[in-house]
Design a protein around this ligand. Structure first.
Ligand SMILES: [Ca+2]
Ligand SMILES: [Ca+2]
Ligand SMILES: [Ca+2]
Length: 355
């Protein structure tokens, strides 16, 4: 027994020494993707370019995605609250949470509106073999021999990586029925995509983008990793990340977040305030909805004025009112349970770096 224990201790020491003497993986990635995948991918790094990296926000220790019109989408098991987008904090508007059953999705609204366009939410799921771009908030990590990575307890940043869908959409059950939803899966492979990624605690609520015939779409929200070893560290090849398939919930999400046409300031009514905004931005280029561009052609002109006029004095249900169901925050106990199953940091591996 003593001998076995000694062998175990020596093996443990060997592992610790290996970790301690290996450079930070993030630093290694930095030499191949310029900055360790912490800014939007260029077309040199990713053939189809930036999928919408800046839309992915820090939500506390987890992740959320700014989908447009003041709304943020995250996993249900990630609470609502202030978010940080590209270093700027945006305040949460209390009482605006929307969820649907036990699907691991949570929408909430910000009271400060980022100057970003709305994302396109996929109307069809990515299929097996399709490449996806995952974006989440993770800690630094170092290689664990050649079999995976060891996550460190610091260096949390928004990063992007890639993977390929390994199992198409089916019903995913997280935590024995705590969350059930339609979702798809990717597998963390040693010989995977160029920036092979795997989720880890912190990535929950992150984005899964898919390029559909030239247009980037938000296809998924990162929800879970394999249940029995979710917090296992090191993270070995062969593990899976599960994401909610947004095409299944697209109509509900769009129905909830899309404002009344003409409501530039997103207060639920079309009136002289909106007309004044539109007039002030007449002929503006690179315009957003909040500037008066209601047909999303990035300019403000007579088309937008006609749209506004056609809804003059119309009003929508107030935010947080009948159309929004505020739900209580999960208890700490439930959060811990789900965290152990599903919160996750992205691990990136570049083939060039592993050789
Ligand atoms: Ca893979
Ligand atoms: Ca208005
Ligand atoms: Ca327009």
């Amino acid at each position: 027994m003593i001998t076995k224990k000694l062998v175990f201790v020596l093996a443990l020491l060997a592992v610790l020494l290996l970790v301690a003497t290996t450079p930070s993986w993030a630093l290694i990635v930095a030499t191949t993707t310029a900055d360790g995948n912490t800014t939007a991918p260029t077309e040199t790094e990713l053939a189809d370019g930036d999928p919408g990296f800046i839309h992915v926000a820090e939500r506390g220790l987890n992740t959320a995605v700014y989908v447009g019109y003041g709304w943020v989408l995250t996993a249900k098991h990630v609470g609502a609250g202030n978010v940080t987008i590209d270093g700027t904090s945006y305040a949460y508007s209390p009482g605006t949470v929307w969820t649907t059953g036990i699907v691991d999705l949570r929408l909430f609204r910000l009271s400060d509106i980022p100057r970003l366009p709305a994302l396109t939410i996929a109307s069809a799921p990515p299929t097996v073999g399709d490449e996806v771009v995952m974006v989440g908030q993770c800690n630094d990590y170092v290689p664990y021999g050649t079999t995976g990575f060891t996550v460190l307890g610091s260096g949390s940043e928004i990063r992007w990586g890639t993977n390929k869908v390994s199992e198409g959409t089916r019903t995913i059950n997280v935590g024995s029925g705590t969350y059930v939803y339609e979702g798809f899966r990717v597998t963390f492979d040693e010989s995977g995509s160029d920036y092979e990624a795997q989720a880890y605690p912190g990535d929950s609520g992150g984005a899964v983008f898919h390029n559909n015939e030239g247009e980037w779409e938000l296809s998924g929200i990162i929800s879970a990793v394999d249940g029995s070893n979710a917090y296992a560290n090191p993270v070995l090849y062969g593990r899976h990340t599960y994401s909610v398939d947004l095409s299944e919930y697209r109509d509900q999400i769009i129905g909830h977040i899309t404002p009344l046409s003409g409501d530039a300031n997103l207060d639920g009514i079309v009136n002289d305030i909106d007309a004044t905004i539109l007039a002030a931005n007449w002929n503006m280029s690179e315009a957003l909805w909040i500037d008066g561009d209601f047909n999303a052609d990035r300019t403000v002109n007579g088309i937008d004025a006609t749209i506004l006029a056609s809804n003059w004095q119309q009003s929508a249900a107030p935010i947080g009112g009948a159309s929004a169901s505020a739900v209580p925050e999960p208890t700490t106990a439930i959060l811990l349970l789900i965290g152990s199953l599903s919160t996750a940091a992205l691990h990136f591996r570049r083939r060039a770096c592993s050789r």
